[in-house]
Design a protein around this ligand. Structure first.
Ligand code: BGC
Length: 458
């Protein structure tokens, strides 16, 4: 439990909850595979991440999330802690293979029941559940049939969305279809550093198109079954700048921006893929079927913007398809997080303005922002002033954009607690709450105390 009299770091001048307005949504974000553990419990099927970590041993030192924070068993205590920290909104994802172990067909009742309990436990504590349908844990059985590269994924995904919407729609009012398609398609099917570990440009293009179709189709199914609910989807984005003031770097920056920030967003808004900036993308049309142009768009109630950093881009003759490369922040002498990402608060401000400029975007929620820093336990406490400062500085930029008229109406910290950070394992700790993965002890970090006192204002 959080102690009431813990001395929290001071607020920076001008950063008061009141300034964001009464309706602004505050919360924390998580994802099933990163926190649940219980990877084989109660009939759950394997996901591509279970295969990637346990069978293929593709993560450093054979690490996996078989147990991770054990949220599957410990969620009532974690929700108590969340409530004691005054956190009113909780974003989590549903694990597709927990609900449909084979991805399609027979349903795992115990998996469905688990999310009933989780949702009910949120509601009974006055915490609003925000549900992501897909945060990267595709059922392994579907990957054996091609996964995101097989167009049947649109059918498989639709079946899963229908099931979840019918089961939980009476209690869940905020839905997100996909988490960061650029991340799971890019890292999973082109770079091969995330599950399923494929490295193939055609696989990348096919997966891109099918994820785009699922993104919109998922939105349509949710809206049809739950007309009162708020339907969104989330996008990763980084503020992109040319490394040097040279035309070739500027053009390279435009291509990277199109790939990282526009590839999935623009088709959802009815603007199609950014072919003009990346002509190579035209090849995606071989995966089109008649009518796809219309099927790619859906009028979302909100867009989840997820930003952590900025990237500087340089022309590179040798980089296939893009002729551009990122200049690592570590080589630029700038402040870094444990992920090697630059701390650059203005990035979120610029991305908010960018998203806001699309007339098709009705409302923006920051569904992820946060940082990993080297946290250590001393005398039973975790003092993380860097994270407090990071959050305060990024939040000031969110406020700045909001005061300039940007339609940003919520902010969720990534993440509630430390968890399994995908290809990086357990080293990067993003939590407001520290987790000892051996004992499962939780310690609210000073950033957690700060956030909780911030939320308790007014
Ligand atoms: C993802 C999270 C991830 C976080 C930090 C986002 O890309 O949605 O799952 O842990 O960033 O890397």
């Amino acid at each position: 439990m959080i102690e009431q009299d813990h001395p929290a770091p001071q607020y920076q001048d001008g950063l008061h909850k009141k300034a964001f307005g009464k309706e602004f949504k505050w919360g924390v974000s998580t994802a099933a595979y990163q926190i649940e553990g219980a990877h084989e419990a109660d009939g759950k099927g394997p996901s591509i991440w279970d295969d990637f970590t346990n069978t293929k041993k593709k993560v450093l030192q054979g690490l996996h999330a078989n147990h991770t924070c054990d949220f599957y068993n410990r969620f009532p205590d974690d929700l108590d802690l969340m409530r004691s920290m005054h956190i009113p909104n909780f974003r989590f994802s549903l694990s597709w293979p927990r609900i449909l172990p084979g991805g399609t067909g027979s349903v795992n009742q115990k998996g469905l029941d688990y999310y009933d309990r989780l949702i009910d436990n949120c509601l009974s504590r006055g915490i609003e559940p925000w549900v992501t349908l897909y945060h990267w844990d595709l059922p392994a059985a579907l990957e054996r049939q091609g996964g995101w590269t097989n167009r049947d994924v649109v059918q498989w995904f639709s079946e899963y969305v229908q099931l979840c919407a019918s089961r939980y729609g009476d209690r869940v009012n905020h839905w997100m279809v996909l988490n960061e398609p650029m991340a799971f398609v890019g890292a999973g099917y082109f770079l091969g550093i995330h599950a399923p570990g494929r490295r193939n440009i055609n696989a990348f293009l096919a997966a891109t198109h099918h994820a785009t179709l699922c993104q919109a189709e998922g939105g349509r199914i949710l809206k049809q079954l739950l007309p009162q609910a708020e339907i969104g989807t989330t996008f990763s984005c980084s503020h992109i700048e040319p490394y040097r003031n040279l035309e070739r770097d500027q053009k390279a920056a435009r291509r990277v921006d199109a790939l990282l920030n526009r590839l999935f967003l623009e088709p959802s808004l009815g603007l199609g893929y950014p072919f003009k900036d990346i002509p190579y993308l035209n090849r995606i049309e071989k995966f089109f079927e008649p009518g796809d142009e219309n099927r790619m768009a859906f009028d979302f109630d909100f867009i989840g913007l997820q930003n952590y950093t900025r990237e500087l881009v340089k022309y590179s003759f040798f980089t296939p398809f893009l002729q551009a490369k990122l200049v690592p922040a570590a080589r630029r002498g700038v402040p870094l997080t444990v992920m090697g990402w630059e701390v650059y608060p203005e990035a979120i401000y610029h991305m908010l303005h960018r998203f806001n400029a699309y007339t098709g975007i009705k409302k923006i929620i920051i569904t992820e922002n946060g940082a990993a820093f080297p946290d250590t336990v001393k005398d039973g406490q975790v003092n993380d002033p860097d994270r407090v400062e990071y959050l305060q500085r990024y939040l000031r930029q969110v406020l700045r954009a909001r005061q300039e008229g940007v339609k940003v109406e919520g902010y969720f910290v990534w993440s509630f607690s430390d968890n399994f950070e995908w290809a990086e394992g357990y080293h990067p700790r993003f939590g407001l709450v520290y987790v000892d993965f051996e004992t499962q002890e939780r310690i609210v970090k000073s950033s957690g105390h700060w956030f909780s006192q911030f939320l308790a204002q007014g």
